[in-house]
Every structure is written in C-alpha cells, then in structure tokens.
Ligand binder design. Structure first.
Ligand code: ZN
Length: 434
C-alpha cells in the first residue's frame, strides 16, 4: 500500500520526468497517427503500457473514430525559393490535422490560412482542425507583418486515411477490483506543460504504485483528449461500474500553484482527499468549482457516465499566457515543479489507500489506554499531546460510519496523524476495520 510518506526521492524523480518530457517534446503528436503511436511506444520503455488501436469509423457513442492523420513535411517558400515557414523547425507551424496541399498562390489567397497571435507577436499559436477538413500554417505575427505580396509555394505533405486511434493503458492490480482512473492526454505536438508534464507525472506515479501493492486497482490511461477519452469510455463501458474515482492529470510542470478542480458533485472522496492534502501541505493552492470545460473531466461527468473524476493541475488551461503557444516549451516547465506535483499526487492516493472505516471494540465510554501502553504523555512521538488528542478523536468517532478522513477533518488534523494512531489502536485491538 502506498505509504503516507512516499520514500521516493522526489527531486531525482523530477529530473527523470523532465528528461522524459524533453525526449517526447520534438514529436509531432495529434489525436491519431504515428506521432501519438511513437509517444506511447516511448512510454512502453518506462512502464508496461498496452497499446490499443481503434479503427477509423468505429462508433464511440455519438462520435466516430476519425481518419488517421500523418505528416511528413510542410513549408512555405517565397518566389526566391527560401523557406519562410518550415515544419521541420517547429511542428506547431502546421494547423494540426491539415489536409495535404501542394500548390502556388499569392499572399491574398494564402492569408486566410495563416494563423497568428497579434497580442504575442513572437509566439506561434497551436491550432487544430480535427473534424473540419482544412489546411493552414501557424506563424508569428511578426513574420506575417513582413510578408510581401509574392508567389508562394505552399506544401503540406500530410495524409488523412483509414487507420486507427491509438491509446495506451497500464493496469496495476490491487487487492480490490475497485478501480481508480488516472487520465493523461497525449495528443499535443511540441508543447511541454500542456501534455508532456501530465504524461511524465502519471508515468512516475504508475511506477510508484506498481511497486507498492496497492489496495485499489489503478488504470493509467494515456489517450488523446476528447475523442480519445470518448473512445476509451465507449470501449470500456462494461467496466465502468468498477470505477470508484479518478483524476485527470495535466499542466503539472509550470511554476504556478496547484489547482484542484472539483468533480461535478464536489464532495466525493477524490474531492475530500485532494482538498485535505492540499490544505495540509502549507503551500498556496486553489480549489476550482466544476465546469463542463477544460480537459476530459467533462466526459466523465456527462449524465450517462457520471463518474467522480477530479483534476489536479498547476496553472489551469488558458490561465497562463504561454498556453497553446510555442512559448509552452521546455523552458516553461521545471523538474522541481513536476516533483512537487508528483508529491501531491502521491499524498492524495496514499490518503485514499489508507482511508478505512473503523468500529470501536469498546464503545461504552473510553477504553483504558494505560493498561494497553497507549497512554503516553512523553516518549518518542514528536507531539505527545497532539497524539493523545488524535487518539481521543479516533475513539470518539469510530462508530462504523466515519472514515478516517472524516475524523481528520473533524479533528482538524493531518490525515496521517489520525491514520497512524488508528493503526496503533487497531494493533491493540481497541478498534477494528469495518
Ligand atoms: Zn491543450
């Protein structure tokens, strides 16, 4: 079971997560195609991920798995033959899912296919056109402003063909068949915080969980956002009744504070556990109410699925200027921020793993602690009075209904203080698990 204090050296893991993100950064990913597949194959070198291919045309609730997109090259050349935009320099230059094109045109004709960020003139925007056939280039506004009317050679060597949508999954069996979902999207091209930081944190968390004999079964899913999540849910519909709770992991490498986005109900175990951990870390954080926008949490919250899935990010989507631009690169994320994110995830799942409901064996007044060696006002415990108080709370609240997290919240103490005295009281046969 995941211990309260993961003994992991988080700063070393931060370096390893950063290195993984760095390795994945150059790949041109999308919601389907070889970039996505290559990314998942690299993850297979880290954890035993199973890859699933769902064929083009397969229904996924109200959606259909789209044609597979692949790209070899893309550029715009001016009439002197100079490449003024080059996919090989930055894969964000191509409107993701662009249809192929190979032609010449004047600026006037090209211009509606050029996307820029006037307010951030040196950054390249990240734009997609997954379900609407279109082609385009994303460039800096600075470049657009200098483009003369000219005869441009416009080439996008891409293909949209029958193929499949790929996702990867690693299941860590627990003592219980009840499942906990960890979801990371992996469809963004060269963007670091928005999706590589989340992927790297889930890989490392999966590695920790797989060596800790967990109580619950964990399913770590790496899938494209939206259509990937919809496809995964439709392929796993018969399994969903086993899902206890889940978390969407994204945006975990920037320097901002942690933001926990609540589930639709807002007071489920994943909400209570996450907020308890964040409150007791003595670091700034924010709780966000649920909204049907953002990442895949809204699919899980749809009326027919209705699973309690929260989301833990650092700065949320759209709330930092580099979001979905070329400035979301390896310099935006740091090993220490990813290490801190991983530590928070570990603490949340350690809490969930260790959260039991107990019943007192001595419910008629308080049991005599002294004769069991449990009444200590001095000794090796850091704060004997606090420990004594925790014991009194546990004895008072173990009525077979409250879980340890309820008791920790009621006592306004860290979960681990309550859980460790509960373990002592259980060992002394004063309380028993329900
Ligand atoms: Zn995104």
């Amino acid at each position: 079971m995941l211990p309260f204090h993961c003994n992991s050296d988080f700063s070393a893991l931060g370096m390893r997560m950063y290195a993984l993100a760095e390795r994945l950064f150059p790949i041109c990913r999308s919601i389907t195609g070889n970039g996505l597949r290559e990314t998942l194959r690299i993850l297979q070198q880290e954890i035993p991920l199973t890859l699933y291919e769902v064929s083009t045309g397969t229904p996924a609730f109200d959606w259909v798995v789209p044609r597979e997109w692949n790209i070899q090259d893309a550029y715009i050349k001016n009439s002197s033959g100079e490449k003024i935009v080059d996919f090989q320099q930055n894969n964000l230059h191509v409107l993701n899912y662009s249809t192929p094109i190979n032609t010449r045109m004047r600026l006037e004709e090209l211009r509606p296919h050029l996307f820029t960020l006037p307010e951030m003139p040196d950054w390249i925007p990240h734009r997609t056109s997954y379900f609407n056939d279109n082609w385009g280039f994303c460039i800096t506004h600075r470049l657009l402003e200098t483009l003369p009317d000219d005869d441009y050679e416009v080439v996008i060597d891409s293909s949209l063909e029958t193929g499949s949508l790929t996702y990867g999954e690693f299941t860590i069996p627990g003592e219980s068949e009840e499942q906990i979902l960890l979801f990371a999207h992996c469809c963004h091209p060269s963007l670091a915080n928005d999706n590589l930081s989340g992927i790297a944190v889930v890989v490392e968390l999966a590695r920790i969980l797989s060596t800790s004999s967990p109580r619950f079964t964990y399913r770590c899913v790496f899938a494209p956002a939206a259509i990937g999540c919809v496809t995964w849910l439709s392929q796993n519909q018969s399994e969903l009744s086993k899902v206890k709770l889940g978390m969407v992991a994204a945006l975990l490498g920037d320097s901002g504070q942690l933001h926990y986005k609540k589930t639709q109900a807002g007071d489920t175990l994943i909400d209570r556990a996450s907020l308890h951990v964040l409150r007791h870390r003595n670091m700034p954080f924010r709780a966000i109410e649920f909204s049907p926008f953002g990442y895949d949490e809204r699919q899980f919250a749809s009326p027919g699925i209705n699973l309690p899935v929260g989301r833990l990010t650092r700065t949320p989507n759209g709330a930092y200027p580099e979001y979905h631009t070329s400035a979301d690169n390896m310099s935006l994320i740091t090993p220490s921020a990813m290490a801190d994110s991983l530590a928070a995830y570990c603490a949340i799942f350690a809490l969930i793993e260790n959260n039991y409901v107990y019943q007192s064996n001595f419910p008629y007044c308080e049991p005599q602690l002294g004769k069991r060696g449990l009444y200590r006002t001095t000794g090796g415990h850091g704060n004997p009075e606090r420990r004594q108080m925790a014991i009194l709370w546990v004895l008072n609240q173990t009525n077979g209904k409250h879980d340890l997290l309820d008791i920790a919240e009621r006592a306004d103490m860290p979960f681990e203080t309550i859980a460790s005295v509960a373990a002592e009281l259980e060992a002394a046969e004063v309380i028993r698990k329900v």
